[in-house]
Ligand binder design. Structure first.
Ligand SMILES: [Zn+2]
Length: 490
């Protein structure tokens, strides 16, 4: 396949980008044009990401942290990086409290009849629980719903939506773990989440804001069952819900997989691109996050195969333990901090459920958005499907979070995988049939092109000062969420 667009227009864009960045436009720019062109050819013509994801789905299955499959995934990722010729490949081990699923049973009773409901346990729920109590409908489970019904929660089982249902426009949702924290704080003895995807789909995921086990059982039921139960509650029929579950919680050692392409004259500075390799156990986690993880390995392959030696060190990281509470990324940040190495990391790009990005979200101090803006022009020259959208935004609950909270600017590719994918999030249908191979090729092309430009830029803006970071997180409306997780320090 021929690389689309003429080198000339890319050259012009790069020259424009170079001027903004203050680079002397020649001959470095021509070198960068050549590097991007070679990388683009590798990314398009020799793409392997989907093949690896497909193989992993068939031969490993899910990649739950602490499970034999999780260990196998770590080893396969390590082997792939080595096979691709990455000069430095290592494991970053960390200790984690890993949760795994046992049994769950939900009994709905009106005093006369009892019915068993299809359900899956949420993670970080107790190893053993058997509770029964009156069922109280907390609607969307936001702080205002708890404020309204606060006297009716203690000693009862709460029913809450995972998504927002019939909420006024502009209403912000809480993460399921934050809703669980509110329920526990108000004295609930059990939590039943109603999925908002139709067709009997059940969702799992952590119910803990801080990765530690929670004290009460929590499970998810199907949207249709939730609607039916609510009709009965609205008809003033008091219902009782029993939750019985067993799980296994234990200490394991898991391993982030790290590969580096050492830089040249700015090798002490690191541009990090990461995404989680682990998945939930209900399916193979092909979109969450095989999609991002195997795209990252293929990006590393294409960099090496292009023969380009970046100025800054490129560090590719596949995190484990993300689903169970950002365990691998948090461990990495704290280990880098302890070793005095964190300051080397100039920015972190996170691919989590990323496919065919059309732009980038950035959370960084002054200067980062202005730096990224012109770097998107050469990407758009490669493919006009890349819309060069730039959003200054910060959100939580993926592996960029520990980096952001340590003051590292984070970049999050923007994409839209479609309802058929999002409906299978954390569910038994998150399988490889949902993945469009071209989405992975474009992850490599577009994120890789940004990565190379960041690695070769003469200077990058600063990381956050503590005051800037606190102000930014507050402006993004994240203070309350971080307080719930015990992470607010400003
Ligand atoms: Zn994910």
């Amino acid at each position: 396949m021929i690389v689309p667009n003429s080198g000339q227009s890319r050259c012009r864009s790069l020259a424009a980008a170079a001027l903004v960045l203050g680079i002397c436009p020649h001959p470095g720019v021509q070198g960068q044009v050549d590097a991007l062109r070679r990388f683009e050819v590798e990314a398009r013509e020799n793409a392997r990401g989907f093949e690896w994801l497909n193989w992993s789905s068939a031969h490993i299955g899910h990649r739950l942290t602490g499970s034999p499959q999780g260990v196998r995934a770590e080893e396969v990722a390590d082997s792939l990086f080595r096979l691709c010729g990455l000069p430095r490949v290592s494991f970053h081990p960390f200790n984690a409290v890993a949760w795994s699923r046992g049994s769950v049973m939900l009994r709905l009773s009106d005093g006369t009849d009892t019915e068993h409901l299809a359900a899956v346990a949420l993670a970080q729920t107790p190893d053993s629980a058997d509770v029964e109590g009156e069922l109280v409908d907390l609607g969307n489970g936001l702080a205002e719903h708890f404020a309204r019904l606060k006297d009716r929660v203690a000693g009862r089982v709460v029913l809450m939506n995972i998504g927002l249902v019939e909420a006024p426009e502009g209403t912000g949702n809480l993460h399921r773990s934050e809703k669980a924290a509110l329920a526990i704080r108000h004295g609930a003895i059990g939590i039943v989440f109603v999925n908002n995807v139709e067709g009997g789909v059940l969702l799992t995921g952590t119910a803990s804001v801080d990765g530690a086990p929670i004290a009460v059982p929590a499970a998810c039921i199907a949207s249709e069952d939730g609607q039916r139960i609510r009709e009965r509650l609205r008809a003033d029929a008091p219902l009782r819900m029993g939750l019985r579950m067993t799980n296994r919680t234990g200490n394991v050692q898991a391993r982030n997989v790290v590969a580096e392409v050492p830089g040249s004259d700015l090798a002490h500075e690191v541009v990090l691109v990461g995404g989680h390799l682990d998945s939930w156990d209900l399916a193979t986690g092909a979109t969450d996050n095989g999609l991002g993880a195997f795209s990252i390995v293929d990006m590393a392959r294409a960099v090496v195969a292009s023969g380009h030696r970046p100025r800054r060190t490129l560090r590719f990281v596949l995190f484990m333990g993300e689903e169970q509470g950002l365990l691998g990324s948090a461990a990495m940040v704290s280990d880098l901090q302890a070793a005095g190495e964190l300051a080397r990391v100039r920015c972190m790009i996170n691919l989590d459920m990323t496919g065919d990005p059309f732009g980038f979200g950035v959370a960084g101090p002054e200067g980062w958005a202005a730096t990224l803006d012109p770097l998107m022009d050469p990407i758009r020259d490669l493919d006009t499907a890349f819309r060069s959208t730039l959003r200054e935004a910060a959100w939580l609950h993926s592996d960029h979070q520990p980096f952001l909270l340590a003051g590292i600017p984070v970049i999050l590719p923007l994409c839209d995988l479609g309802g058929h994918v999002y409906g299978c999030y954390h569910s038994s249908c998150d399988d490889v049939h949902l993945v469009d191979p071209m989405d992975m090729v474009n992850n490599v092309r577009f994120v890789g092109a940004l990565l190379l430009q960041l690695a070769d830029a003469p200077t990058l803006p600063q990381v956050f000062t503590e005051a800037e970071l606190g102000a930014r997180l507050r402006a993004e409306g994240l203070e309350e969420k971080l307080r719930m997780a015990g992470l607010w320090r400003w």
